[in-house]
Design a binder for this molecule. Structure first.
Ligand code: ADP
Length: 168
């Protein structure tokens, strides 16, 4: 059985991530979409919220399973019996980081294969941080993220936005 892991923080999942997960799921018997429990960078959504958004966004993909993980992704791959790590490549800028990570992960887990899939043209400019910035400033992100994410972004920013100044 060919098992692959697609790891990310998914803070939040975007249409770019969904595209990679959809295409990768067609290449493997099982694709585990793995949500970093405690990424190094600050996250906007809790692990539970990120997991829920990923699950709701990918629920139609049969071969896909959504799990969270902590620590090194190679240890998670070992535990799950996954021989392939899937990543996405948007621009040249992604290459250096992905190449470094792939080399280190393959050193830690010999035999692991890392597959980088090119972003689709329409999503190559998307990142979770850009989505958050647009949403925070009232922009419409509904074509850039799955519906469950768009809903939560609206809720999040209407909840945190400061109250309108009362007259006077
Ligand atoms: P992390 O927080 O784990 O760094 P990212 O979203 O930055 O999460 O990246 C996770 C993986 O998803 C990376 O391989 C990245 O290149 C890929 N990725 C992110 N956005 C897109 C996109 N729009 N299209 C294709 N791949 C993407």
């Amino acid at each position: 059985m060919r098992v692959a892991v697609f790891p990310a923080s998914f803070d939040p999942i975007t249409c770019g991530h969904v595209d990679i997960a959809t295409r990768a799921s067609q290449l493997f018997d099982r694709l585990i979409v793995a949500v970093y429990a405690h990424p190094k960078k600050d996250v906007m959504f809790s692990l539970e919220e990120r997991l829920a958004m990923v699950r709701e966004s990918l629920e139609t993909l049969e071969q896909v399973e959504v799990k969270s993980f902590e620590g090194l992704v190679v240890n998670f791959c070992r535990k799950e019996g996954a021989g392939v790590l899937v990543r996405g490549l948007r621009a040249v800028a992604d290459f250096q980081y992905e190449f470094q990570q792939a080399s280190l992960n393959r050193k830690m887990l010999p035999g692991l294969e890392v597959i980088c899939m090119f972003a689709s043209m329409e999503y190559g400019f998307l990142s979770s941080s850009i989505i958050k910035e647009i949403a925070q400033n009232g922009g419409d992100v509904s074509s850039m993220v799955p519906a469950p994410v768009a809903r939560r972004l609206v809720d999040h920013f209407s909840f945190v936005s400061p109250p309108l100044a009362s007259g006077g």
